[in-house]
Design a protein around this ligand. Structure first.
Ligand code: NAD
Ligand code: TDX
Length: 349
């Protein structure tokens, strides 16, 4: 009998990498991908898995209690890997309620369904979270697993709240849970509202490159496949009730990163040196913009033996190539609703 592993948010950016990894590596698992297919979910991200006999897709909103419970009753769910979320900080500033609904209420609906109908004796509930719950750093220091929570955006407040509910289910009901908090991911299939694919798309189309504030904010970038490999290790070997930080040890100031991207794009598009960087435009800063994130991932590295597999130069180049080679994907997700999102968000800045 295959074990039924429920992955939520599997049609999104990170979720699609996790689903592909688990379907291909673990033939003894039946991976059930539950996703509401919001603007960020795209089944084209997983078209290569359609014929796999250990993969099933179910369209379902995690806030819908009866549909979630029906799914848990239909499949005896051994374990959950929970990635479904509203994930974009800027959208959380305009629509915080959507973030409370999916990230907080949706997580509790899943925890409750797993408690009632899941195989909570053998299996586990793995909650995928973010380093943004820790708030912001100054020039020095890194987030560790014991850094106090101090979220600043509606997005990070909703993820912090969901983390607390996961812990509370562990303490109160002894639910077997594990949590990870990861830094910024980059790679293929990321929705072009996020910094890197948005800038690639704009450079290609000769549109302004909107850098918030002075571009001095710092992020720690990890290749998405390395996040998926960390999730694999933590899912299988992480100690129950524990939190693991995941990071790339790879800090970049936003402006430096955009300049690096422009240089590579000039080379790949056959443009003269400096041409793409002329598109850089400084725009009004994000409200409550966290200055710096940096992760201390030593617990994961020493306890579970994980480390990133790809150097940033290599992963970044691969990522850029993917967006250039997958024009149909990029144009598909930037037509329609994306246009009105883009103009509402950027036209007045
Ligand atoms: P994403 O926005 O690309 O994908 C989210 C997925 O969740 C989509 O497929 C969407 O359709 C689905 N979804 C949204 N609301 C839903 C609902 N109510 N019911 C069912 N499905 C729903 O997000 P991502 O960047 O892949 O992030 C995945 C997870 O990883 C999130 O929990 C996020 O907080 C976390 N995370 C992301 C990053 C990052 O850099 N992107 C870093 C650390 C942690
Ligand atoms: O147009 C832009 N201009 C700009 O300067 C955008 C979209 C972003 N930025 C800046 C803001 C951030 O400092 O770039 C940095 C990265 O921005 P995002 O790609 O929006 O990511 P961030 O806000 O750091 O959050 C991401 O990492 C943690 C993910 O979106 C979260 O889901 C994850 O939890």
């Amino acid at each position: 009998m295959k074990k039924n592993i429920l992955v939520t948010g599997g049609a999104g950016f990170i979720g699609s990498h996790v689903v592909r990894r688990f379907v291909n590596r673990y033939p003894d698992y039946h991976i059930i991908n539950l996703d509401a297919l919001t603007y960020a979910g795209n089944l084209a991200n997983l078209s290569d898995l359609e014929a796999s006999d250990n993969y099933t897709f179910r369209k379902c909103d995690i806030t819908n209690i009866s549909e979630v419970e029906t799914l848990f009753k239909e499949f005896k769910i051994h374990s959950v890997i929970h990635l479904a979320a509203e994930s974009h900080v800027d959208r959380s500033i305009t629509n915080p309620i959507d973030f409370v609904m999916t990230n907080v209420v949706g997580t509790v609906v899943l925890l409750n369904a797993f408690k009632q109908y899941g195989e909570a004796v053998e299996g586990r509930f793995y909650h995928v979270s973010t380093d943004e719950v820790y708030g912001t750093l100054g020039d020095e220091g890194k987030f560790t697993e014991s850094t106090p929570y101090d979220p600043n955006s509606p997005y990070s407040a909703s993820k912090a709240s969901s983390d607390h509910f996961v812990r509370a289910y562990h303490e109160t009901y002894k639910l077997p849970v594990v949590i990870s908090n990861c830094s910024n991911n980059y790679g293929s299939h990321q929705f072009p509202e996020k910094l890197i694919p948005l800038m690639i798309h704009n450079i290609k189309n000769n549109k302004p490159l909107p850098v918030y504030g002075k571009g001095e904010n710092v992020r720690d970038w990890l290749w998405v496949e390395d996040h998926a490999s960390a999730i694999d290790v933590i899912f299988h070997k992480g100690r129950l009730g524990e939190t693991y930080n995941i990071g790339g040890n790879n800090e970049w100031k936003n402006l430096d990163l955009v300049h690096k991207l422009c240089e590579i794009m000039d080379r790949k598009l056959g443009r003269s040196e400096g041409k793409s960087a002329e598109l850089i435009t400084f725009v009004t800063d994000r409200a409550g913009h966290d200055f710096r994130y940096a992760i201390d991932a030593s617990k994961l590295e020493t306890e579970l033996g994980w480390s990133p597999s790809v150097a940033f130069d290599q992963g970044f180049e691969k990522t850029i190539d993917w967006y250039l080679e997958n024009e149909v994907w990029l144009e598909g997700v930037t037509s329609g609703a994306y246009q009105s999102y883009y103009s509402n968000h950027y036209d007045h800045r």
